[in-house]
Design a protein around this ligand. Structure first.
Ligand SMILES: [Zn+2]
Length: 207
């Protein structure tokens, strides 16, 4: 659907997804242009200017951010993260899934190897307002997606971020209670408001 435009009226006809999520999709790409090409141009400028130099593998801020892949929710922008500042994991909704727990466990284990004692890092889970996962609250959309990926439809509604303060609190608890994650890792929960641009802490850091 690279060159399609989904107008608000079309969104309304797509099973109410536009209404459920509060956003609309609109492509601004040029027809037949490779979508990555302008980004690759920026990469060449980045390398030429030495933007990659001095990068280190241990995050300078000691933070592991888990958030949504929504383009409005890029922590390099709203948290001002520079290169090497943080580990960032983004998925649909910024949800803590079994795969996410395994990734945090993996980084914990690497950290334990390098740092025998003391705190390792803080995992900051950040959910946001107007999240596209709200589409899962729409019965037609949810049924079609359940069939598409072959999962039980009843488990999908739980993935919707309709109340980001509530879902982020649940996901912080999931991480804190995961046996695979080192107790030296602290976890906090936050909500990013895409309208105000502000992040509010819902669950302060703790383990
Ligand atoms: Zn989202």
């Amino acid at each position: 659907m690279s060159d399609e435009q989904l107008t608000p009226s079309m969104a309304a006809s797509h099973g109410g997804v536009g209404r459920a999520t509060g956003f609309e999709l609109e492509s601004r790409g040029q027809p037949n242009a490779s979508h990555i090409e302008s980004a690759l141009e920026r990469n060449r400028a980045f390398a030429a200017a030495g933007g990659h130099q001095g990068a280190v593998v241990f995050p300078k801020l000691g933070v592991f951010v888990i958030t949504c892949l929504d383009p409005r929710v890029d922590p390099a922008h709203f948290l001002g993260l520079g290169l090497s500042d943080a580990m960032v994991l983004r998925n649909v909704g910024g949800r803590v899934t079994p795969a996410v727990i395994n990734d945090v466990a993996f980084i914990s284990q690497l950290g334990e190897t390098a740092l025998p004692d003391g705190p390792l890092f803080e995992v900051a889970v950040i959910h946001h307002t107007q999240c596209g996962t709200g589409a899962l609250a729409d019965d037609t959309f949810r049924r079609r997606y359940a069939e598409r990926v072959g999962v039980d439809e009843s488990t999908l509604l739980e993935q919707a971020v309709l109340d980001p303060a509530a879902t982020v609190t649940r996901d912080v608890e999931r991480l804190r209670s995961a046996a695979a994650i080192s107790p030296r890792v602290t976890v906090s929960g936050h909500v990013y408001d895409v309208v105000s641009g502000l992040v509010q802490t819902v669950v302060p850091a703790g383990s």
